[in-house]
Write a protein that binds this ligand. Structure first.
Ligand SMILES: NC(=O)c1ccc[n+]([C@@H]2O[C@H](COP(=O)([O-])OP(=O)(O)OC[C@H]3O[C@@H](n4cnc5c(N)ncnc54)[C@H](OP(=O)(O)O)[C@@H]3O)[C@@H](O)[C@H]2O)c1
Length: 305
């Protein structure tokens, strides 16, 4: 039994506090969805610590606007923009083909939540599973050599407390039989994101690549555009800088050196829970199960082949 990782940071910590004293000069990072919400603050503090940061975004215009703001704010000219649509495998292939050189930090941050109607990609993949998980899976696998050549790389998988709503339903990943529910689909995709960190670490730790997953907390962003806004009570909400803190901890903290396959929230490793608590804290065992993680990886590999 691994003991849970505890850090001096917590619910209120900001990404700026977490990265204090860490120098990322000569490190290279990708933040998917880096032009909105939590992604902006994630990219901002990475750039502020000296990293070269690529915003992997589906709107190049939005990406350029944010990159210019972050360059001005941090004084770091190395905030770059590259097109990436995670629901489109051809777009991912192009992104990967254009990537040159090592990659030290991959932050799989982009996501969609609770699409009101069942939507599918041309392959017949349910859209939240396709975007939040399969897209990041293809990206991560595609960038494996770049991660390996960094000589110590971290993958950060932005999951959600929404994972507590549903495990990965292997027998019906794309809602061909199950009645579609926006949050069950979101929950499944976020359980898959957590499992990806487990299996990536099992496969790649020996090559210096470690992956962890996290719940950023409740932050009012564009993510809630299909649900009429954030429902969380004011005292449990975070700012985007607080929402980015756990991603930054996993991506950069020396305390996480050689740690992988775990799930964090509020900058600490989450407790495993046996049922969904009313406050939606903790991690479900199915989101960390090694057998499911391996099965999901094999399933995903076949889907994107
Ligand atoms: N906010 C919360 O309370 C909360 C809670 C738990 C987990 N999370 C997770 O945190 C992450 C960041 O969310 P956020 O709150 O910052 O939301 P956000 O402001 O809506 O940002 C999501 C980002 O994902 C991008 N994206 C969506 N679909 C994409 C696609 N097909 N290809 C490429 N990029 C795509 C969006 O691009 P566009 O700008 O072009 O739409 C946007 O940049 C998500 O994974 C979310 O599930 C958030």
């Amino acid at each position: 039994m691994k003991s849970p990782i505890k850090t001096p940071f917590g619910f209120h910590s900001t990404a700026d506090e977490v990265i204090q004293g860490i120098d990322l000069t000569s490190k290279r990072a990708i933040v998917t969805g880096g032009s909105s919400g939590i992604g902006i603050d994630t990219a901002r503090v990475l750039a502020g610590a000296g990293a070269e940061v690529t915003l992997a975004v589906r709107s190049i215009d939005a990406g350029r606007r944010v990159a210019a703001e972050l360059q001005a704010l941090t004084g770091n000219p190395k905030v770059l923009v590259a097109p990436l649509d995670l629901s489109d495998q051809a777009s991912i292939t192009t992104f990967v083909a254009n990537w040159q050189g090592p990659l030290h930090v991959l932050i799989n941050n982009a996501g969609v939540m609770a699409l009101p109607e069942l939507a599918k990609t041309p392959q017949g993949w349910e859209m939240q599973f396709a975007t939040n998980f399969l897209g990041h899976f293809a990206l991560t696998v595609g960038l494996q050599a770049a991660l390996e050549s960094a000589g110590g790389a971290r993958i950060v998988s932005v999951s959600s407390s929404g994972h507590l709503i549903a495990p990965v339903v292997f027998d019906d990943l794309h809602f061909n039989f199950l009645p579609y529910d926006p949050f069950v689909a979101y929950g499944q995709s976020k359980s898959a994101c957590a499992l990806m960190a487990v299996e990536a670490t099992r496969r790649w730790a020996s090559r210096g690549i470690y992956a962890n997953a996290l719940n950023p907390g409740a932050i009012a962003t564009n993510l809630q555009k299909h649900t009429g806004g954030l429902k969380t009570p004011a005292e449990r909400r975070k700012t985007t800088a607080q929402g980015a803190a756990t991603s930054i901890l996993l991506a950069t903290s020396p305390m996480l050196e050689g740690v992988g396959g775990r799930y964090f929230e509020d900058c600490n490793e989450a407790e495993t829970v046996a049922r969904r608590p009313s406050d939606y804290r903790g991690v479900a065992p199915y989101a960390l199960d090694p057998a499911s993680a391996e099965r999901l990886w094999d399933t995903a590999q076949k889907l994107i082949a």
